[in-house]
Write a protein that binds this ligand. Structure first.
Ligand code: PBG
Ligand code: ZN
Length: 339
C-alpha cells in the first residue's frame, strides 16, 4: 500500500510541477532596483585598471565611471557606492576632506550625467591614510596624541570630528547617502549632527552597523589600496562570533539617526541579517563583499560552478534572510540576467 495514502495532504511537490505553479508560490523576489554597485574611482582619464584579485572589476577614472553608471542605469540598477583611491596619502587622510578630492569630483560627474542615480559615498579614512587604518592613529607628538591610550590605537573621538567634516564635503558634492564604514563609536550621531548643522538635513545615512572583522575583505584591500600597514582592524570591527553585539550596534545606529543599516559580509552572516530584521524596522542592506565575489568568480572561471546560477542563488538567499537591498559587485551582471 502507498505509504502516503493516509496523509494525502503531504504532497508539496504538487506545487513544483510547472514553472507557472512554482512562480505562483515564489516567496522571495530579486529585482535590479534592490542592487547597489560598489565602484572604485581614481584620478586620471580613460583609466580602467583591472583589479587582479577581483576579475571583472576595475578602478575607474571619473570619465569611465560615468560610462559605467550609464551602463548600470541601462540594466535597471539605480544606486552606486563609491570608493576613492587618492593620489596622495598622509597620516590624517587629508584628501578625504578636500572638496576637489577624487570622491567629490566623482559624485559631481555622476550627478550631472545621470541625475536619478542614487550616489552613496563610502565614508572612511583607510583609503586615504598612509597607515591604512580607518581613522586617526595615536602617535606621539601629533596634536591628537593621547598618552592614556596605546600607540597605534585608532582614536575614536578625534576620528569622529574628521568623519563629520568629510561627510559635509561629500554631501556638498551631491551625495544622497553617506555610508560610514569605519565602525567608530558614535559615528552616525557625529555625522548626522555635522550634516544638519551645515544645511544637509536631507542627506541620508546608510551606516555599516554590523561590520565583522573578516578575512573576506582581502581582495577589497587591493582594490582600494587600503590595507593596514600594521596590525589589523579588530580594535574597531566586530568579532565574528558575536550576534548580540551586532544587534546592539544596530540599535545604537538607529538611535543616532541612521536611515539604513548595513550588515557585512553577507552570506556568512545570514543569521545576523535575520535577527536584526526581526528586531528592527529600518531598511537593511547586506554587503556581499569582495571575498564572496572572488570565490564565486574563481570557481566559475575554472568551470567548477555555474556563475549565473550561484550568483542569483546567493542574492536570493540574502534577500530571504531579510535584506531589503544588496551591495554586490555582481550588480550589473545580475541585473542583466534578471531582465
Ligand atoms: C573600508 C571598507 C572595507 C570594505 C568596505 N569598506 C574594507 C575593510 O574594512 O578593510 C570591504 C568591502 C569588500 O570587501 O568588498 N572601511
Ligand atoms: Zn576603513
Amino acid at each position: 500500500m502507498n505509504p502516503l495514502a493516509s496523509f494525502p495532504q503531504a504532497r508539496p511537490r504538487r506545487l513544483r510541477q510547472t514553472a507557472a505553479v512554482r512562480g505562483l508560490v515564489q516567496e522571495t523576489f530579486l529585482r535590479p532596483q534592490q542592487l547597489i554597485a560598489p565602484l572604485f574611482v581614481r584620478h586620471g582619464v580613460r583609466i580602467r585598471k583591472p583589479i587582479s584579485s577581483m576579475p571583472g572589476q576595475t578602478q575607474l577614472s571619473v570619465d569611465e565611471l560615468v560610462a559605467e553608471v550609464q551602463a548600470l542605469q541601462a540594466v535597471g540598477v539605480s544606486a552606486v557606492l563609491l570608493f576613492g583611491v587618492p593620489d596622495v596619502k598622509d597620516d590624517l587622510g587629508s584628501e578625504n576632506l578636500d572638496p576637489n578630492g577624487i570622491i567629490p569630483q566623482a559624485i559631481g560627474a555622476v550627478k550631472r550625467a545621470v541625475p536619478a542615480m542614487i550616489v552613496i559615498s563610502d565614508m572612511c579614512f583607510c583609503e586615504y591614510t598612509s597607515h591604512g587604518h580607518c581613522g586617526i592613529v595615536n602617535t606621539e607628538g601629533a596634536t591628537s596624541y593621547d598618552p592614556g591610550l596605546p600607540l597605534g590605537y585608532v582614536l575614536n573621538d578625534a576620528t569622529l570630528e574628521q568623519l563629520g567634516k568629510a561627510s559635509v564635503v561629500h554631501a556638498r558634492a551631491g551625495a544622497d547617502f553617506i555610508a560610514p564604514s569605519g565602525m567608530m563609536d558614535g559615528m552616525v550621531g557625529a555625522i548626522r549632527a555635522a550634516l544638519d548643522s551645515e544645511g544637509f538635513g536631507h542627506t541620508a545615512i546608510m551606516s555599516y552597523a554590523a561590520k565583522f572583522a573578516s578575512a573576506l575583505y582581502g581582495p577589497f584591500r587591493d582594490a582600494a589600496e587600503g590595507a593596514p600597514k600594521f596590525g589589523d582592524r579588530s580594535q574597531y570591527q566586530m568579532e565574528i562570533g558575536n550576534v548580540r553585539e551586532a544587534m546592539q550596534e544596530a540599535a545604537h545606529d538607529e538611535s543616532e539617526g541612521a536611515d539604513v543599516l548595513i550588515i557585512k559580509p553577507a552570506v556568512t552572516n545570514l543569521d545576523v541579517i535575520q535577527r536584526i530584521r526581526a528586531a528592527m524596522r529600518l531598511p537593511l542592506a547586506a554587503y556581499q563583499v569582495s571575498g564572496e565575489y572572488s570565490m564565486i568568480k574563481a570557481a566559475s572561471r575554472n568551470g567548477w560552478l555555474d556563475e549565473q546560477k550561484v550568483v542569483l542563488e546567493t542574492l536570493t538567499s540574502i534577500r530571504r534572510a531579510g535584506a531589503d537591498m544588496i551591495i554586490t559587485y555582481f550588480a550589473r551582471d545580475a541585473a542583466g540576467w534578471l531582465r
